[in-house]
Design a binder for this molecule. Structure first.
Ligand code: SAM
Length: 227
């Protein structure tokens, strides 16, 4: 077992991590992007500052920045301890070691909080939860979802994953999901049945190797294109 959690953890990743998790090109960075299950990631803050067009959605955005920060710090050390206790499950390339991971997660959280209330005011941070997305069809070119779908496969069943992915494909013609491992560091049990069903519906699904790996073996993303 890699990480044991009762609920999703409000940890966020940086723009540079998103770029390598999702193999983002310069053209992708200029497109209209939805970050779904965005949590306290600094992706929106950093890409907006660089001229990008990003909306983030997460049920966490029902809370203010101080409460999100409190929830983050209440889980941080427990997760880092579990990482230290399972050294065989982690690849230290982007982050140097568990201490560096801890520092980087705090830096991302601080960048998120600095951007959050202003960004929420202009509609860049939207409170909402899959499978219900309060956006019109084709509102985005690209939807990204990192560290929620497939990762929490023991908390959310295949039917939820299918409904969630169909919702993402309604608002964006292309969807990318990373990683494809569940928390127990094995490929999600929902991946094959969900892809088979989506292919039957005419959607295009491919599994692609990416340049990011923190969970050992977690270096693949799912790319979906609408039928
Ligand atoms: C581990 S965080 C990932 C944050 C960000 N995507 C990243 O990789 O940095 C997982 C997020 O999933 C969110 N979440 C939980 N249930 C959700 C749902 N039904 N729809 C969308 N997001 C959800 C949690 O609030 C949490 O912020």
């Amino acid at each position: 077992m890699s990480i044991r959690l009762d609920q999703t953890v409000p940890f966020g990743r940086s723009l540079r991590e998103y770029e390598s998790m999702f193999s983002l090109s310069a053209a992708d960075r200029r497109s209209r992007i939805l970050d779904c299950a965005a949590g306290p990631s600094s992706f929106n803050a950093e890409l907006t500052a660089a001229g990008g067009d990003v909306r983030s959605i997460d049920p966490l955005y029902q809370f203010g920045g101080a409460e999100i920060q409190r929830q983050f710090f209440s889980t941080l050390d427990r997760v880092i301890e579990q990482v230290r206790a399972t050294p065989q499950n982690w690849i230290w390339s982007y982050h140097r070691d568990p201490d560096d991971l801890r520092r980087n997660r705090i830096a991302v959280m601080e960048q998120f909080v600095a951007d959050y209330s202003g960004g929420a005011g202009t509609g860049r941070y939207v409170c909402g939860a899959l499978p219900n997305l309060p956006f019109g069809a084709d509102r985005f070119d690209l939807a990204l979802s990192s560290h929620f779908l497939f990762l929490y496969s023991d908390h959310f069943d295949a039917a939820f994953h299918l409904e969630a992915i169909r919702a993402l494909l309604r608002v964006a013609r292309e969807v990318r999901i990373f990683p494809l491992l569940a928390l127990r560091a094995e490929r999600s049990q929902h991946l094959d049945p969900v892809c088979e069903q989506l292919r039957r519906e005419g959607h295009h699904c491919s599994i692609e190797r990416v340049g990011y790996e923190l969970q050992r073996g977690g270096n693949e993303m799912l790319r979906l294109r609408r039928a």
